[in-house]
Design a protein around this ligand. Structure first.
Ligand SMILES: *Cc1c(COP(=O)(O)O)cnc(C)c1O
Length: 363
């Protein structure tokens, strides 16, 4: 690798990716454990087969129908009033984020995150030569006005708030978003990849879009929609932001097939919502179980839990792998992250965890 004349700042770097190990229980990448249902799969087969003979043509560059469907979905999911003009989809929210950084970042700009958070933001900055700034969250992983004030003191051009946050699950209060919108003149990106898993009654940052052209909300179909393999993420923002993104997007970036299969899943959103409710219940039950058994658990609005704390978390992680359970060693020292699986997978995780930590049932 080093002999190739690649960019200096990329020499010696490793690509992003969670270690994948073949074990029976995989609770490490926050995927939805339920695959798309048989009736959804049957619909997919039909739609793809109809489109096959038309693949000689380029896709709809503007993805107009998909954008309208996504707007309708958000309108019912978050009680907002968006149209296709407010939406921009791409191949995963990863691509959407990269487009946003190509547009709002650059060599003379900076982006700020609240640590600990998702490590990909640093990569988007590196790829776009944007300066990467970080401010620590409180010890309980929350962001409050004091934390926000120290962020503003660094005068970033872009602030990213992940809510629910990965890997902590922490949800930011909407009043703190209001505070930021009032004090900050740059672009505020709220990454709501896990929004569908938040507690009922928690408002989304989408409700603030109307009056704030500097606010961008990022969503994905990878988690709640059980569609990580389809690669569909999207932005909701003021139509001016969406129009500006056109400057940096590649032509025909979203394939005809991707657009069509995303629309099929959206038609099944009620069915998928029932699975999301089940996963939320499982999460809340597992959080209670963990604290009943003497573990610390960060309050989570996502489909995973950060728990601990361990003197040697690597050893716990390895022993769980030996028991056939793969979770993720990520986040602050001492903590581990487990994605919420099916009830059976969660049970297997509990059994394995008790086994490796030698804790007996506290009740
Ligand atoms: C999983 C995740 C995403 C989703 O990325 P996709 O590219 O849409 O699969 C985005 N943001 C965060 C914080 C995530 O954890």
């Amino acid at each position: 690798m080093t002999e190739l004349p690649i960019r200096n700042d990329l020499i010696g770097r490793s690509p992003y990716g969670a270690p994948q190990i073949e074990v029976p229980i995989r609770l490490n990448t926050n995927e939805n454990p339920f695959g798309p249902s048989p009736d959804l799969v049957a619909e997919l087969a039909k739609v793809v087969s109809d489109l096959g003979s038309r693949l000689n043509r380029y896709p709809d560059r503007d993805a107009v129908e998909l954008r309208a469907d996504l707007a309708n979905y958000l309108n019912s999911e978050s009680q907002v009033n968006l149209t296709a003009e407010n939406i921009w989809p791409a191949n995963g929210s990863n691509e959407v984020m990269q487009q946003l950084l190509q547009l709002f970042g650059g060599p003379d700009k900076s982006l700020l995150v609240f640590d600990p958070t998702y490590s990909m933001y640093e990569d988007y900055c590196r790829n776009t030569f944007t300066k990467y700034l970080r401010v620590s969250r409180n010890a309980d992983f929350t962001i409050d006005r004091t934390v926000i004030d120290s962020a503003l003191a660094l005068s970033p051009d872009i602030i990213v708030i992940t809510s629910p946050n990965n890997p902590t699950g922490t949800v930011i209060e909407l009043s703190d978003i209001d505070y930021l919108l009032e004090k900050f003149n740059g672009m505020l990106i709220v990454d709501e990849a896990y929004a569908e898993f938040r507690a009922t009654g928690t408002p989304s940052a989408l409700t603030k879009l109307d009056s704030n052209p500097h606010l961008v909300v990022v969503r994905t179909m990878s988690k709640a929609f059980s569609y990580a393999g389809a690669r569909v993420g999207y932005v909701a923002a003021n139509p001016k932001v969406i129009a500006a993104i056109q400057l940096v997007r590649l032509p025909y970036h979203l394939s005809t097939i991707t657009q069509a299969i995303a629309r099929v899943a959206l038609r099944f959103s009620d069915q998928l919502q029932r699975q999301v409710s089940l996963l939320r219940r499982e999460r809340d039950e597992l959080a209670i179980w963990l604290s009943e058994h003497g573990f610390e658990v960060a309050p989570s609005g996502a489909n995973f839990l950060l728990f601990g704390t361990f003197g040697d978390r690597t050893s716990i992680w390895e022993q769980l792998v030996e028991q056939g359970v793969l979770i993720r060693e990520t986040g602050p020292e001492g903590w581990l992250r487990v994605s919420i699986g099916t009830p059976e997978e969660n049970q297997a995780f509990k059994t394995a965890l008790l086994h490796v930590t030698n804790r007996t049932n506290g009740k």
